[in-house]
Design a protein around this ligand. Structure first.
Ligand SMILES: *[C@@H]1O[C@H](CO)[C@@H](O)[C@H](O)[C@H]1NC(C)=O
Ligand SMILES: *[C@@H]1O[C@H](CO)[C@@H](O)[C@H](O)[C@H]1NC(C)=O
Ligand SMILES: *[C@@H]1O[C@H](CO)[C@@H](O)[C@H](O)[C@H]1NC(C)=O
Ligand SMILES: *[C@@H]1O[C@H](CO)[C@@H](O)[C@H](O)[C@H]1NC(C)=O
Ligand SMILES: *[C@@H]1O[C@H](CO)[C@@H](O)[C@H](O)[C@H]1NC(C)=O
Ligand SMILES: *[C@@H]1O[C@H](CO)[C@@H](O)[C@H](O)[C@H]1NC(C)=O
Ligand SMILES: *[C@@H]1O[C@H](CO)[C@@H](O)[C@H](O)[C@H]1NC(C)=O
Ligand SMILES: *[C@@H]1O[C@H](CO)[C@@H](O)[C@H](O)[C@H]1NC(C)=O
Ligand SMILES: *[C@@H]1O[C@H](CO)[C@@H](O)[C@H](O)[C@H]1NC(C)=O
Ligand SMILES: *[C@@H]1O[C@H](CO)[C@@H](O)[C@H](O)[C@H]1NC(C)=O
Ligand SMILES: *[C@@H]1O[C@H](CO)[C@@H](O)[C@H](O)[C@H]1NC(C)=O
Ligand SMILES: *[C@@H]1O[C@H](CO)[C@@H](O)[C@H](O)[C@H]1NC(C)=O
Length: 421
């Protein structure tokens, strides 16, 4: 059944409730003040005005919920949530640091920045390696060197930086006809080979005896050596080495056996006898000088056309008379040795054997004679000058001068004796 007073009371209650929501009411019957009512309650704030929340320090009102104040984190939390003023609750893999959530890299990023958990981003000039390290980067790759900082390539030991910044090997020696391929190792160009000290020297495939191989297959002969048509170096001898010799070194003749070097180095035939008064024309063959004849011993002895009887042929056509004989100059060009007799007014037929073919006048054979430098004349004959007189030259047995004509001149007095005859 319907009770009007009960309905009226209920309507009043509803009204009162609605009023209280929209207006400030005194909900605390003990205080005299009236406080604003915010319903629902303000989170992290206070009811500033009825239904209007104010935020605590470090909080700000949530734009989507006017009853809620959210903490302020000065730096945005990033990968995390701001749970209290300047306090972030970070996501997994991040850590609260410097008022924000920063990614955690378990291995610290060197030369890079940790941009995400366990992810480094390299600084500029650095590149990540396969092992996730940031290493300085050199755009040329820095072969044979180490990239010590961005675009700074430092060469390994034994390598030098060239003008273009590349690392090139260094060889202590000059590689010559080659290039330095690795530290102290030359690589030779074709036509060159490695010498004992490691440099590259040109190769002359036929060798280069007595010369210098100055370029591949270019042998340049030493001084006083010349190249012949087979490309070999042969020595120059200023002298003719002769048929028995060979030029073996500059101005050095090597003689065949039977030949010897003369004072000029030429090879001349050698005669073991020495070949006096002759010319050694081939080994041990002596050709006698003119006026000399060869003996059965192969020696040259002077030849006297007169035969040089009773004398010795000492020089061509020069006889030396045997003791007791003297030169007869009757025939100037065919002098002969005739016996010598002292004080013989007759014919001297043998040494000191005087034979008379005419009767001496009034004197005996033994009568003394008068002698001058030229001739001996018997005393008996001096009175009768018209008579035949034999003049005997006192040709000395020591006229052995080699020059025949000279001999005659020197002995002109003797020749005179002959001429007046
Ligand atoms: C937050 O920043 C404001 C200004 O940028 C500064 O005044 C304040 O002190 C900072 N608060 C904290 C907790 O660092
Ligand atoms: C902290 O963060 C601020 C703002 O992001 C930055 O300027 C400052 O260098 C940081 N300090 C350190 C120690 O990381
Ligand atoms: C960082 O860079 C420097 C040169 O800038 C280099 O010497 C060093 O090795 C690098 N560190 C690492 C861990 O890569
Ligand atoms: C490169 O690095 C070396 C060694 O660290 C240093 O001495 C040199 O000055 C650097 N050069 C340049 C151009 O940075
Ligand atoms: C290396 O050897 C060559 C010939 O074998 C010589 O000419 C050169 O001077 C040598 N160089 C050095 C540095 O010893
Ligand atoms: C050898 O070298 C010399 C000197 O450099 C040069 O004059 C000559 O022409 C060269 N000979 C050959 C066959 O290359
Ligand atoms: C060139 O000279 C060498 C050395 O002297 C010699 O052995 C060779 O027979 C010579 N060749 C010619 C063609 O003359
Ligand atoms: C030696 O050489 C000189 C000068 O060329 C010459 O006058 C002389 O006759 C030579 N001697 C011989 C034995 O050939
Ligand atoms: C002949 O040889 C001999 C001995 O060697 C020497 O004494 C003499 O003078 C030579 N005679 C001539 C004409 O050469
Ligand atoms: C000696 O030599 C001469 C010419 O020098 C010659 O006429 C003569 O026949 C030779 N005699 C002998 C025995 O060889
Ligand atoms: C040498 O002299 C003697 C006289 O003593 C003479 O009989 C002989 O014919 C002479 N011999 C010659 C070859 O002249
Ligand atoms: C030889 O003749 C000379 C003068 O005609 C005379 O004086 C001398 O006594 C003669 N001698 C002899 C040995 O008869």
């Amino acid at each position: 059944m319907f009770q009007p007073e009960k309905v009226c009371f209920g309507a009043l209650l509803i009204f009162t409730f609605l009023f209280c929501v929209d207006t400030q009411i005194c909900n605390d019957r003990q205080t005299l003040e009236c406080l604003p009512i915010c319903s629902p309650d303000c989170i992290n704030g206070y009811c500033e005005n009825p239904g209007q929340c104010g935020c605590n320090v470090g909080y700000q009102l949530d734009k989507t919920n006017t009853h809620k104040c959210l903490p302020i984190c000065n730096n945005t939390c990033g990968h995390g949530t701001c749970v209290a003023p300047n306090l972030c609750e970070c996501n997994f893999g991040y850590r609260f640091d410097n008022l924000t959530c920063q990614p955690i890299c378990t291995e610290p990023c060197v030369n890079g920045t940790c941009v995400a958990p366990d992810t480094c981003e390299c600084f500029t000039g650095y590149r990540k390696t396969e092992s996730n390290l940031c290493l300085p980067y050199c755009s040329n790759g820095c072969p044979y060197g180490t990239c010590v900082s961005p675009e700074n390539c430092t060469c390994n030991n034994g390598w030098d930086k060239d003008s273009s910044g590349k690392c090139v090997p260094h060889c202590d020696m000059d590689c010559g006809g080659g290039s330095c391929a690795s530290p102290n190792v030359c690589e030779c160009k074709t036509g060159y080979e490695k010498s004992r000290n490691g440099t590259c020297i040109p190769v002359c495939s036929n060798g280069c005896l007595h010369g210098t191989c100055i370029a591949p297959e270019n042998c340049t002969c030493n001084d006083r050596w010349l190249k012949n048509n087979t490309g070999e170096c042969f020595p120059i001898c200023d002298m003719d080495c002769g048929e028995g010799g060979r030029c073996v070194e500059p101005d050095v003749c090597e003689c065949l056996s039977g030949y010897e070097n003369n004072e000029n180095g030429t090879c001349i035939p050698h005669c073991s006898s020495g070949c006096p008064n002759g010319t050694c024309i081939t080994p041990d063959v002596c050709q006698c000088n003119e006026g000399f004849n060869k003996t059965h011993l192969g020696l040259c002895e002077p030849y006297c056309s007169s035969g040089c009887g009773n004398g010795t042929c000492v020089e061509p056509d020069v006889c030396q008379c045997t003791t007791g004989y003297k030169m007869n100059w009757d025939n100037l060009y065919h002098p002969t040795c005739i016996p010598e007799c002292e004080d013989c007014n007759g014919t001297c037929v043998a040494p000191e054997k005087c034979i008379y073919f005419f009767e001496p006048q009034s004197t005996t054979v033994d009568e003394p004679t008068e002698c001058n430098d030229v001739a001996c004349v018997s005393k008996a004959d001096t009175a009768t000058e018209t008579e035949t007189i034999n003049y005997y030259t006192k040709v000395s047995s020591e006229t052995t001068d080699s020059n025949y004509d000279e001999n005659i001149k020197l002995n002109s007095d003797k020749v005179y004796a002959q001429n007046i005859w």
